[in-house]
Design a protein around this ligand. Structure first.
Ligand code: SF4
Ligand code: SF4
Length: 511
């Protein structure tokens, strides 16, 4: 991903010239670019140490990293400056508001420099971490702008709505009161051009409309560097142009040109997300999502937590993601919608169990490497998973014991955790079905071992039996497309057999 890498390298060089310490961390995006191994919450603690010695400190992370570090950010003490730059595909403004963190939204190279100065200087004055939102809309002088060319995580449902259950309890008590002086800073950062009724243009929207400002002739253009806190009494503002609809709701004003802006935004985001929409052909996650969606017990809707290591795109809507930890009550259009949250599976399992959630099962899906990396949490999980309605699924490809990070079953022995194992053999997918159905009744820990076989079978749809129910399309395999009936593209199919399992009409079989 040279575009994203170059842009991030460019940003880091800007930060290095402005701060004495720069910590790079994050989740999916940053890890794919840099193989970052510092956990976001640890990075915040590291930054706190730098800041405690009065050094100007910057942290660069992505949106998932930011969400995973909210607890640490809520407690961090700032003496020198501490500014968190968030590469944000999905809107972190609501979380800044909830946490009481000042948030700036630059729209070009110049306003980025202004944000760096504002955050660096006033973070120290107010002893607060500042947040600066960066995103794919931002064009920076000397770089083409941030581009995401690989898939990244998104979340289904309504990102930014009031969070219930786990996350709000996790951060409860950590949010801060913003000092009144910050409102003065916010007020000072307003830029007004022209006359007439005011239209507030957020930094993330400006790049979409800057070439079309003639459409706003007769209005006063109001740009504010601060999106939290919003300046009070924004001059004459009666409308807002905001791609995420956040500001119009917050200010209670009308929206202007939303159709145009929404189209540009959607075009950009579909470009960014294009590669992220589908599971790769043969992705084992398709099997688990289908199974959870199809075999939910009557009256039970589980909360499903996914390890960020598997977090490809999870939203079929794509543009209205969520981090609210609510179960998927609806019948999913795409089976991937059963995933409710992407975060540390063990930590979320423990947090949700402790929060007193008792309305259904909690299912966490993790990779062996994440399990090994978070083994300190296993001892806590042992107490929780027995009395509670929790299920931990470990997806292991090739070998149920050894992963590239080591033998995770040794940990189960060490902590006295029992587990059951299911083998998924792509040459005979239906043989795994009865085992999978046992998962339906399972508590505790299940290892699903996806073995790879050298023999590759080709799969084909028999039109005669197919009644176009669409289930095979709902797994999201890139090798299946819809013509009159679904068609499997042989050059893309890897022969995993998941679609054969999913098709209850027996219309999919080996060639
Ligand atoms: S799942 Fe089977 S019956 Fe349904 S659309 Fe696909 S091939 Fe046809
Ligand atoms: S066997 Fe089916 S699910 Fe697996 S890669 Fe081929 S088309 Fe996709």
């Amino acid at each position: 991903m040279p575009g994203l890498r170059n842009s991030i390298v460019h940003i880091i060089s800007i930060l290095r010239s402005s701060f004495s310490e720069v910590v790079v961390t994050g989740s999916i995006i940053m890890n794919k670019v840099f193989s970052v191994r510092v956990r976001p919450d640890d990075a915040i603690r590291e930054a706190e140490v730098f800041s405690s010695t009065f050094r100007d400190t910057a942290v660069l992370m992505d949106d998932v990293g930011f969400l995973n570090s909210l607890g640490a950010l809520g407690m961090v003490r700032v003496r020198g400056s501490l500014v968190v730059f968030v590469y944000d595909i999905h809107d972190v403004r609501p979380f800044c508001e909830i946490m009481g963190l000042p948030c700036l939204e630059p729209w070009d190279g110049e306003s980025l420099i202004q944000s760096i100065r504002e955050g660096r200087d006033y973070s120290e004055v107010f002893e607060l971490p500042y947040v600066v939102r960066l995103g794919p809309w931002l064009s920076i002088d000397g770089a083409k702008g941030l581009e995401v060319v690989r898939r990244s995580p998104t979340f289904n449902k309504n990102w930014g709505e009031v969070m219930r259950w786990g996350l709000n309890r996790l951060i409860g008590g950590f949010s801060r009161e913003l000092p009144n002086e910050l409102l003065i800073r916010a007020q000072d950062s307003i830029n007004v051009a022209g006359g007439g009724d005011g239209v507030l243009i957020s930094g993330s929207t400006w790049s979409f409309i800057k070439d079309k400002v003639d459409k706003l002739a007769g209005y006063a253009l109001v740009k504010s560097l601060y999106v939290n806190p919003l300046p009070k009494n924004l001059p004459n503002v009666k409308y807002v142009v905001d791609i995420d609809d956040f500001l119009s709701k917050k200010l209670g004003v009308g929206r202007l040109m939303m159709d145009d802006v929404a189209k540009w935004y959607n075009d950009l985001m579909s470009e960014v997300m294009r590669e992220f929409f589908f599971r790769g052909a043969g992705d084992p996650l398709m099997l688990i999502e289908w199974f959870i969606a199809r075999h939910r017990r009557v009256g039970e809707v589980p909360i499903v937590i996914l390890d960020p290591a598997y977090a490809y795109d999870i939203s079929s809507e794509g543009l209205s993601p969520s981090y609210d930890m609510l179960p998927t009550y609806f019948e999913p259009a795409r089976f991937g919608q059963v995933i409710d949250i992407v975060t540390s599976p063990l930590a979320a399992l423990i947090a949700l169990s402790r929060s007193g959630y008792e309305y259904g099962r909690i299912i966490a899906i993790t990779s062996p490497c994440t399990l090994i990396a978070n083994q300190d949490l296993l001892s806590e999980m042992q107490d929780i998973i027995k009395p509670n309605n929790s299920l931990l699924i470990i997806m292991s490809v090739d070998n149920g014991h050894e992963s590239e990070c080591g033998d995770f079953t040794e940990l189960f022995t060490k902590y006295g955790i029992k587990y059951s194992a299911i083998n998924y053999d792509p040459t005979n997918p239906t043989s795994a079905l009865m085992d999978l159905i046992r998962v339906n009744e399972s508590r505790g820990v299940v290892v699903i071992n996806f073995s790879k076989k050298a023999v590759k079978h080709m799969y084909i749809v028999n039109d005669e039996y197919c009644d176009n129910c669409g289930d095979c399309l709902r797994i999201g395999c890139t090798a299946i497309r819809l013509a009159k009936k679904p068609v499997i593209e042989q050059d893309k199919c890897i022969g995993c057999g998941i679609c054969e399992l999913v098709c209850t009409r027996g219309a999919i079989g080996k060639m």
